[in-house]
Design a protein around this ligand. Structure first.
Ligand code: NAP
Length: 248
């Protein structure tokens, strides 16, 4: 067995440490988006593969027998390539995919299918908005230049932003409820735009919004092809150990 983890998430790092401790032969792959990716103890490669064909070639070249797609739920392109490359090479694939958040009493969510719909859902009147999405998705919000945006990035931002009124906080999760309550109160945030990432690391802003009775424009996950899924690191370990087929 030789495993490939498609990573870039906290869960992928926890899985990597488990595989290293269990002495399972594995490689961890980063896209290379962040300047200092968080450490773990597996051999690592960094950078795109060059599409599904490039990933298939990598799988063959490295004799990969099992691929674990532990990318962020919004990293849809990588996930689609993993499905195609594993089908083309006959490689076992599982996605480590946390469940999306579900609304609870007190949540004021406006659920939208994508970024463009999130822009449309913003109010017309100028407002202070916590835009909790990846930096590569900011441009569509330039259509609503009247708002004051607070952005949170893992690394400092180089170069101009596409938004005229934007303030960048540099911070790496996991975030806490107390910290996000403080952020929203101190900046007078009135609206939150977020993606339904699921999991605990990014959930503080959703809980803080409920605590402050603020509306959240919540972007749904992108549609992905059917593939076997696991919700926990333990489930992936069981799949590797027994070849178990988990929820399609
Ligand atoms: P994406 O749109 O699905 O991927 C775009 C391209 O980046 C892929 O086609 C692939 O290039 C390359 N890539 C993505 N993940 C890779 C990986 N783990 N190893 C090697 N190449 C990878 O992905 P994204 O949304 O830009 O996310 C990039 C990375 O950041 C992912 O690893 C993801 O887990 C992590 N991340 C993303 C988010 C998010 O909000 N999207 C949040 C936290 C962490 P090629 O086609 O050349 O192979």
């Amino acid at each position: 067995m030789r495993a490939l983890i498609l990573g870039g998430t906290g869960a992928a790092n926890r899985l990597a440490d488990c595989l290293a401790r269990a002495r399972i032969d594995a490689i961890y792959s980063y896209a290379g988006r962040t300047k200092i990716p968080l450490g773990h103890s597996l051999p690592t490669r960094i950078g795109g593969f060059g599409g599904a064909g490039g990933l298939a070639a990598f799988i063959r070249q490295e004799n990969i027998s099992h691929v674990i797609d532990a990318t962020h739920p919004f990293a849809a392109e990588m996930s689609r390539h993993a499905v195609d490359a594993c089908a083309a090479t006959g490689t076992s694939l599982i996605a480590l995919e946390r469940a999306p958040w579900k609304p609870v009493a007190g949540d004021r969510w406006i659920e939208v299918p994508d970024i463009i719909a999130a822009v449309t859902a913003l109010p017309e009147a100028p407002a202070r908005i916590f835009l909790a999405i990846g930096r590569q998705h900011l441009a569509p919000f330039a259509k609503r230049p009247q708002h004051a945006y607070t952005l949170r990035f893992v690394d400092p931002h180089d170069g101009p932003l596409p938004l005229p009124h934007a303030d960048v906080i540099v911070s790496r999760g996991p975030f806490t409820l107390a910290g996000d309550l403080d952020l929203m109160r101190s900046r007078g945030i009135e609206w939150i735009v977020a993606r339904n990432a699921g999991g605990d690391g990014a959930r503080a802003k959703i809980d803080a919004a409920r605590g402050l009775d603020l509306p959240v424009i919540l972007i749904a996950r992108p549609a992905l092809p059917e593939r076997p899924r696991a919700e926990s690191v333990d489930d992936v370990l069981a799949w590797l150990a027994h070849g178990a087929r988990l929820g399609a």
